[in-house]
Write a protein that binds this ligand. Structure first.
Ligand code: SF4
Length: 240
């Protein structure tokens, strides 16, 4: 068994253990934490805009299916390969190219793990409609799990919060429990998908420090992605 196969097995084992622990967490326990933290959405829309913080929305497979059905858009019209923010900035030439090095193979393909929502040129979410001072989500009833649970998320079986001005406001126990169920459901789906990604992952060797940013394909303003997701490996070409 090669190093990469052994490493993959270890990652799968760890993710399975985390999933097992996650299924034993009681929604009531998470609800009490949410109630103690407090939250009320102020409708500021900052989490949908890119001018305040990282507004990238990672998509679960179920999000992609739900939005495809409700929006009349194909998955490729609203989703983009997900890479860390530093790597994305390096691709756009606004940060150190070395941030991209771990993701590029010898042919200049950029490897990505999963999908995120597209954003407009002004960095707002594709589905955010702004009219004067008000804004609305065009897929609100079908929005991704990340949006439904913002600003809460689970990692290592612990509850975490993202930056949000609504934190600290009063919330009823009933609303906390509704939130807790959604947060746990999202966490379990994320872990299940992570296991599938590891199982279906096809290993690539990063090009390392020898990465050549003068490769023809970069010069032509296109990025060739290889996306590793819970269904396997996909190729996608996007404009820079
Ligand atoms: S899908 Fe809707 S809620 Fe989520 S970031 Fe986009 S506009 Fe905001």
């Amino acid at each position: 068994m090669s190093f990469s196969e052994r490493y993959k097995d270890l990652l799968i084992q760890d993710a399975r253990k985390e999933l097992h622990r996650a299924t034993e967490i009681k929604a009531g326990c998470i609800a009490s934490m949410i109630k103690a933290i407090g939250f009320s959405c102020t409708q500021c829309g900052n989490c949908c805009r890119g001018d305040h913080s990282d507004n990238r929305v990672m998509l679960l497979q179920q999000d992609v299916l739900r939005i495809s059905k409700c929006s009349d858009l194909s998955a490729s019209e609203f989703s983009l390969p997900f890479i860390p923010a530093e790597a994305e900035n390096a691709l756009k030439g606004i940060s150190d190219p070395s941030d991209l090095v771990p993701f590029i193979d010898s042919e200049g393909n950029v490897h990505s793990f999963g999908w995120m929502l597209r954003r407009k040129n002004n960095s707002c979410c594709l589905f955010l409609e702004v009219a004067g001072l008000s804004s609305r989500c065009n897929v609100y009833n079908h929005r991704p799990a990340l949006c439904q649970t913002y600003p809460f998320y689970m990692e290592d079986c612990k509850l975490h919060t993202s930056e949000c001005e609504g934190l600290g406001s009063d919330i009823s126990y009933f609303d906390s429990l509704t939130f807790a169920r959604l947060v746990l459901d999202r966490y379990i789906h994320e872990l299940e998908e992570r296991i599938l990604v590891y199982q279906r992952y096809e290993h690539f060797e990063p090009m390392g420090k020898n990465v050549d940013f003068s490769l023809e394909r970069f010069k032509k303003g296109h990025v060739f992605y290889i996306v590793h997701d819970s269904e396997g490996t996909h190729r996608r070409c996007e404009r820079l």
